[in-house]
Design a protein around this ligand. Structure first.
Ligand SMILES: Cc1cc2nc3c(=O)[nH]c(=O)nc-3n(C[C@H](O)[C@H](O)[C@H](O)COP(=O)(O)OP(=O)(O)OC[C@H]3O[C@@H](n4cnc5c(N)ncnc54)[C@H](O)[C@@H]3O)c2cc1C
Ligand code: FES
Length: 255
């Protein structure tokens, strides 16, 4: 059940170039129902910026009523968010969207997780839940450069991790698809979140049998404004990323 709540900031720290980790506390966490969901944030009490900002849930702890997000402070909204300190509040609408499914896997399945840049965060809770469910997790993370890398060690808790950077300053030089060729020849299901070109390359390489999380520009976040629609691949229809997604089976929508 989604709700709006002024949640308390517990901490808000810079962890890589322009990347911040924020932890919030409030009752809304009790309604989070799986990895890959997102929340819609209002970052000021005033009217500017008017629109909320969609940000993925990176991890949540129902017992403590806390959840964590990672965000890139780039435009006006996320820069304002980066100035919040402990005891401030953030107006949160959520949890929203349909996340990554973890059911239907045979016991001990091999799961490939591929994340690019600020698409990495929702994969963390996914990795945690897959590992807790007894599956094997291999994570491939792609960044532009060494200064952009985050959560490499955090993912090692769940299994093998391979990092690529476009300029080769950390991990292997290249893209996540290169690392998959080299290190992850077999998998039972794949999950991905990242920039569109990365998702497109993954879908072409790995085909169906995977789940892709899309980051479309959003207005309302609740299915009313149609700002976030994307085309169905095999048909004249469209899907709303905010309510039908953000996670879709590979091959269902045009990425
Ligand atoms: C489902 C979903 C999950 C996301 N998860 C994360 C996350 O975990 N961490 C993170 O850093 N970013 C995430 N994003 C992208 C994030 O919403 C945008 O980077 C952010 O809204 C930009 O706001 P701004 O104030 O910095 O930029 P501005 O340029 O001021 O934003 C202007 C408007 O464009 C929208 N917008 C701009 N860029 C994007 C984008 N790439 N995707 C969607 N809307 C955009 C904003 O919501 C806002 O309405 C996610 C987006 C979606 C749709
Ligand atoms: S953001 Fe309004 S319908 Fe999806």
């Amino acid at each position: 059940m989604k709700q709006v709540e002024k949640m308390k900031v517990l901490r808000n720290e810079k962890i890589a170039r322009s990347i911040f980790e924020i932890e919030l506390e409030g009752n809304l966490v009790q309604h989070m129902s799986g990895p890959g969901q997102f929340v819609h944030l209002k970052v000021t009490d005033g009217m500017d910026p008017t629109l909320r900002r969609p940000v993925s849930v990176c991890r949540y702890e129902r017992k403590k009523s806390t959840f964590t997000m990672l965000y890139r402070a780039e435009g006006k909204g996320t820069q304002l968010l980066s100035r919040k300190t402990a005891e401030d509040t953030v107006d949160v609408l959520g949890p929203l969207g349909t996340g990554f499914p973890t059911d239907g896997l045979k016991p001990g399945s091999r799961c490939l997780l591929a994340g690019g840049g600020i698409g990495v965060p929702p994969l963390y809770e996914l990795a945690r839940q897959l590992k807790a469910g007894g599956h094997h997790v291999t994570t491939v993370l792609g960044f532009r450069s060494k200064e952009d890398v985050f959560y490499e060690e955090a993912f090692r808790e769940f299994g093998d991790v391979y990092v690529t950077t476009e300029d080769g300053t950390h991990g292997a030089k290249g893209f996540v698809t290169d690392a998959i060729d080299r290190h992850v020849p077999v998998w039972d299901r794949y999950y991905a979140c990242g920039p569109r070109p990365m998702l497109r390359a993954l879908e072409t390489k790995l085909g169906t049998g995977g789940w892709l999380s899309l980051e479309e520009r959003m207005g309302c976040g609740i299915g009313a404004c149609l700002a976030c629609v994307c085309d169905e691949k095999n048909g004249p229809g469209y899907r709303k990323v905010c309510t039908d997604g953000p996670v879709f089976p590979a091959g269902e929508v045009v990425v």
